[in-house]
Design a protein around this ligand. Structure first.
Ligand code: SF4
Length: 292
């Protein structure tokens, strides 16, 4: 269940070494740009992993102090987590085995687990692609609105849990001017931005075309005539990605944050480890964190 973090094996990942696991298979947020739908069957049918807790207990006992990222293929806080509590039980097991935890989520439900996260070395990466709740309804129809995620970032930072924000993916002409978002995040104590451009895959491009036909028409030549094919994805042209990401980097730095890019082949833009792992407190500091 726990495996080495090595997304897509494309050679583009610059994350420091870490482990990963997913409590759930599939995700019910149904983001139109989701990449995981291309390699996990029935992805919209979110289900707890079979024997998740027993298997995790067996595997976690062999660990000592590793960083575990939860989760990278599916959100660890789907709607069902509110009643099932599987992710919370997994966090308890990892904490008992002295792991460091990196949460990646699009849900404000993560704030429910303040008490646990503030006692162990942990960081939370909230994905927030736009500050506009209406636009988010198109891009991420069943995820909690961005306004709730910004509030979650504020609550977590107040509780002493370091928060980074992933602006991922950035889709040209849709959410490539995140001035207001970054200003808002800086004001609630977010210290790191990770940015990544939209990577077209067959199925996510079909969803994008259906949801935003005029945008897809504008982007088609950029991706399919001038774009860069890497692995099973088509990226924007490299120079275009550089300019776009540098503009976001400039916004982040001018707001006093650090910055990293994710899977872009442009790590020269990074001012800190791309995944915000520099925010991870030492074990002793984590125990001193106060719960709000
Ligand atoms: S939250 Fe992540 S895993 Fe879930 S649908 Fe959206 S992009 Fe896919």
């Amino acid at each position: 269940m726990i495996s080495r973090f090595d997304p897509w094996r494309s050679g583009l990942c610059t994350c420091p070494p870490k482990l990963t696991f997913n409590p759930y298979t599939g995700c019910d947020h149904q983001c139109i740009y989701c990449y995981a739908t291309s390699y996990i069957q029935n992805f919209g049918d979110c289900r707890p992993k079979k024997e998740a807790l027993a298997t995790l207990r067996r595997e976690a006992i062999k660990l000592s102090g590793e960083t575990v990222s939860i989760s990278n293929s599916s959100d660890p806080y789907p709607h069902v987590e509110a009643s099932v509590g599987l992710t919370r039980r997994c966090l308890e097991i990892l904490a008992e085995n002295n792991c460091r935890i990196q949460i990646i989520t699009k849900s404000n439900l993560v704030t429910r687990d303040y008490d646990l996260l503030s006692k162990i070395p942990s960081t939370v990466a909230l994905t927030i692609t736009t500050i506009d709740d209406n636009l988010a309804k198109v891009l991420e129809p069943y995820a909690p609105p961005p306004s709730q995620r910004v509030r979650a970032a504020q609550d977590l930072t107040k509780a002493g849990i370091p928060v980074s924000v992933r602006i991922d993916p950035i889709i040209p002409t849709i959410n490539d001017q995140p001035h207001k978002l970054i200003a808002e995040l800086a004001s609630v104590g977010v210290k790191h931005i990770t940015a990544s451009t939209y990577k077209a895959k067959v199925d996510n491009w079909m969803r994008l075309t259906k949801a935003l036909p005029q945008v897809a028409e504008r982007l088609k030549p950029l991706y399919f005539q001038q774009g860069e094919r890497i692995g099973g994805s088509i990226l924007l042209p490299k120079e275009f990605r550089y300019k776009l990401l540098k503009s976001v980097r400039d916004l982040a730095l001018s707001s006093g944050m650090r910055f990293g890019v994710c899977r872009e082949g442009l790590s020269g833009l990074n001012t800190a480890p791309c995944d915000g792992s520099w925010l991870m407190p030492k074990a002793k500091e984590a125990k001193q964190c106060q719960i709000a």
